[in-house]
Design a binder for this molecule. Structure first.
Ligand code: X8Z
Ligand code: ZN
Length: 604
C-alpha cells in the first residue's frame, strides 16, 4: 500500500489490458529506448486507474471502520499492490537500456512506488493488504479501561497532556500500551511478506527499499541520518538535562530521579515525542509568558473549522489559491460520535486533480493548530504537483512532504502573526524570547531522537537483526539510547510497545519526520532571507509574502521529477540536508540551557 497519510494510493484495474505488449521486442532482442518510454506511459495509466479505486476505498474505511469497509479496502489495496509490483518487475526488462533521463527516473521510481510490495504469488497481496487494514483498524479502534470507563486514545492523550498526577499518568500510559500486544503475530507475518516482496524487486529487505528512495545508495542514506543526528544530538542532550531537572523538582526523586533516563509518561505526550504540553512544569523561573496559545484559541471562540479556515488563510496570504468547496464538504474535521474512524491526522489527494481533503479529530488547542498547518501543507503540495506525470506526483523526498506545513507553522505560531490575525492583543518583546524558544524546543528538538528511532527499530526488524521475541526489548533499547527514556514500570512479557505508535501498524515510514524537522528550518531560513528579514530567525514570519509563496510553489510543483538536492536548491540555494538552520534558530535557547545546566551531570 502506498502511504495513506499523504495520498490514498493508486490501484490498477488492468482488466483485460495487456501492458505494453504491443511494444515488446522479440525474445532475446534488447528492448529499445522507445519501448521503455511507451512502457512507462502505459504503466502510469494503469497506476492511475487502480489508484482511483484504492484511494476511495481507503478513505471510506478510515472514515467508517467496519468489517465490510475493511474488506473493501483490503481488496482494492491488494489490486493496487499487485499491479504496481507487477509493473516494477516488468520494468526490470529495461535494465541496461539507454533511455532518456525522464524515462530512466520513472523506471527507478516505479520500483519504489509501494511502501510494502507484496510477493509475486497468488494470494500474497490479499494477505498482506488484509493484515495492514486489520493492524490499522485495531490501532484506530483501541480502547481501554481507565478509572472505571472505556476510553480512547484521544481521551488518553488529554490525560498525558494535562494530568500532573504520576499514578494517573502511568495508568493512562500503560492502558494505551495494552491495546497492541494483540498485533504482534500479525505484524511479524506482515514483516515476512513485505520482505519477500522487497527481495522480489531486488532489495535486501523492506528497510533497504525505504532507504533507497533518497537519490542515493541505501547505506549512504543511513550514514546521512547518522551525520545529521550527530549535528543535533548536543541540543537534545542539553534540553533533556534541563527538563529532567525540572521534572525532578516537580515530582521528587521517587518518581523522577535527578540522573539517568526520564520516565516516558511525564513528558505530556503518549510517545514522549513532543513535550510542549508540559511547558507549565518546565518554564523558566521568574519569567512569565504573557500568553498561552491553548487558552487564546478557547477564549477567542475558535472551533475546529475556524482553525482550519485560519490555516487556509495563512497559505492564501502567500498566494496559494483557496481550498476547493469539496474540501469543506468532504473533509473530516472532528471526531464523529456515532462510528469508528482513524483519528490519526492525515491529508488526502483522492483524484490527483483537486479533490484534496484532511481527516483529523481536531481539538481546540495549540498542538492541533500546528497540525492543521501541517496537514494543509500536504494538500497544497499535492495540488502543486498534480500536473506532473503520475510517477513524479510526490514530494522531492518524503521529508519535504512532511516539512512544508511545519515550515508554514513556524511563521504561523510567532507572536507577531498571532497578533496580526487578532488572536493576541499585544506581541511580547525580546524578553519573552527564551520562553518562546523553550516552548518550540520542547516540540521540535525533543522530537528529533524519536523521529530517528522508529525506523531504526524497523530497519532492524526488517533486516532480521531483531526477531519477534526481541521486538519490545529492542524498542526500549533504542528509546533509552536515543531519547534517554524509560518506561514508567516493568513491561509485561507480551508487550508490543511499537504497535502503540500509529505509524507502525499504519506502516508509514518515519525517518521522513526526522528529516522534516531539519528541512523546515532550512526552508524557514531561506524564506526569511527572501523576505529580507534581518532579525533573529525565530521571530520571523513570512505571512503575506507573495514572493516567498511563488518561489515555494515553484519548488512544490517540481514534485519528484528530479533528484531532491536540485529541488532543494531552487528554494534554498542549498543542496544538502543541514541542521545549521536548527542551530541558528535555537542559538539563544541553547546558550541559556547550557547556563541552566551548569554543575549538572547531563546524559543518562
Ligand atoms: O503523523 C504525523 C502527521 C500526519 S503525516 C500528523 N506526524 C508525526 C506523528 O504524529 O507522529 C506529524 C509529526 C510526527
Ligand atoms: Zn504529515
Amino acid at each position: 500500500m502506498k502511504s495513506k497519510l499523504l495520498a490514498a494510493s493508486a490501484v490498477a484495474l488492468l482488466l483485460g489490458s495487456a501492458p505494453a505488449m504491443a511494444q515488446r521486442a522479440p525474445a532475446g532482442a534488447q528492448p529499445t529506448a522507445a519501448e521503455a518510454k511507451a512502457f512507462v506511459q502505459n504503466a502510469e495509466a494503469q497506476l492511475e486507474k487502480v489508484n482511483a479505486v484504492a484511494a476511495r476505498a481507503s478513505w471510506v474505511r478510515a472514515n467508517f471502520i467496519t468489517a465490510d469497509t475493511q474488506w473493501l479496502e483490503a481488496k482494492a489495496s491488494a489490486e493496487q499492490n499487485e499491479t504496481a509490483t507487477r509493473l516494477a518487475m516488468e520494468a526490470a526488462r529495461f535494465n541496461g537500456v539507454k533511455t532518456d533521463p525522464v524515462t530512466a527516473r520513472k523506471l527507478q521510481l516505479l520500483k519504489l512506488y509501494l511502501v510494502s510490495p507484496a510477493p509475486n504469488r497468488p494470494g500474497a497481496a490479499d494477505e498482506l493488504s488484509s493484515l495492514l487494514t486489520k493492524l490499522d483498524s485495531t490501532y484506530s479502534t483501541g480502547k481501554f479501561d481507565f478509572q472505571g470507563k472505556q476510553i480512547t486514545l484521544n481521551d488518553a492523550e488529554d490525560v498525558l497532556a494535562k494530568s500532573r498526577n504520576p499514578a494517573e499518568l502511568k495508568a493512562a500510559w500503560e492502558g494505551w500500551h495494552s491495546i497492541s500486544p494483540v498485533m504482534k503475530p500479525d505484524y511479524a507475518r506482515f514483516v515476512a511478506l513485505s520482505n519477500e516482496g522487497a527481495v522480489g524487486l531486488g532489495y535486501k529487505d523492506t528497510g533497504a527499499l525505504w532507504r533507497a528512495n533518497y537519490d542515493m545508495e541505501p547505506d549512504a542514506f543511513a550514514a546521512e541520518t547518522d551525520r545529521l543526528w550527530k549535528q543535533v544530538e548536543p541540543f537534545y542532550k542539553n534540553l533533556h538535562c534541563y527538563v529532567r531537572g525540572r521534572l525532578n523538582a516537580q515530582y521528587g526523586d521517587a518518581v523522577q530521579p535527578r540522573t539517568g533516563p526520564i520516565r516516558a509518561d511525564l513528558l505530556g505526550n503518549m510517545w514522549a515525542q513532543q513535550w510542549g504540553n508540559i511547558y507549565d512544569v518546565v518554564q523558566p523561573k521568574g519569567v512569565t509568558s504573557s500568553y498561552n496559545l491553548d487558552d487564546l484559541l478557547v477564549t477567542k471562540g475558535y472551533d475546529p473549522v475556524k482553525m482550519v479556515r485560519t490555516g487556509e488563510n495563512f497559505y492564501s496570504s502567500l498566494g496559494f489559491a483557496p481550498l476547493p468547496q469539496t474540501f469543506w464538504e468532504r473533509s473530516l474535521i472532528t471526531r464523529p460520535q456515532d462510528r469508528e474512524v482513524v483519528c490519526h491526522a492525515s491529508a488526502w489527494d483522492i483524484d490527483d486533480k483537486d479533490d484534496i481533503r484532511i481527516k483529523m479529530c481536531t481539538k481546540v488547542n495549540a498542538e492541533d493548530f500546528t497540525t492543521i498547518h501541517h496537514e494543509l501543507g500536504h494538500n497544497y503540495y499535492q495540488r502543486a504537483y498534480k500536473d506532473q506525470p503520475v510517477l513524479f506526483r510526490n514530494s522531492a523526498n518524503d521529508g519535504f512532504h512532511e516539512a512544508i506545513g511545519d515550515f508554514a507553522a513556524l511563521s504561523a505560531t510567532t507572536p507577531t502573526y498571532l497578533q496580526q490575525i487578532g488572536l493576541l492583543q499585544k506581541a511580547p518583546g525580546a524578553e519573552e524570547d527564551i520562553p518562546f524558544l523553550l516552548k518550540m524546543a520542547l516540540d521540535k528538538i525533543a522530537f528529533l531522537p524519536f523521529g530517528l528511532l522508529v525506523d531504526r527499530w524497523r530497519w532492524q526488524v526488517f533486516s532480521g537483526e531483531v526477531t519477534p521475541d526481541r521486538y519490545n526489548d529492542a524498542w526500549w533499547k533504542l528509546r533509552l539510547q536515543y531519547q534517554g527514556l524509560t518506561a514508567p514500570g516493568p513491561r509485561p512479557a507480551d508487550a508490543f510497545d511499537p504497535g502503540a505508535k500509529y505509524h507502525v501498524p499504519g506502516n508509514t515510514p518515519y525517518t521522513r519526520y526526522f528529516l522534516a524537522h531539519i528541512y523546515q528550518f532550512q526552508f524557514h531560513r531561506a524564506a526569511c532571507k527572501q523576505a529580507g528579514w534581518k532579525g533573529p530567525l525565530h521571530r520571523c514570519s513570512v505571512y503575506g509574502q507573495k514572493e516567498v509563496g511563488e518561489r515555494l510553489n515553484t519548488m512544490l510543483a517540481l514534485g519528484q521529477s528530479q533528484p531532491w538536492p536540485e529541488t532543494l536548491k531552487t528554494f534554498t540555494g542549498e543542496t544538502r540536508t543541514d541542521a545549521s538552520a536548527v542551530a541558528e534558530y535555537f542559538q539563544p535557547l541553547n546558550a541559556w540551557l547550557t547556563k541552566q545546566n551548569r554543575g549538572q551531570k547531563c546524559g543518562w
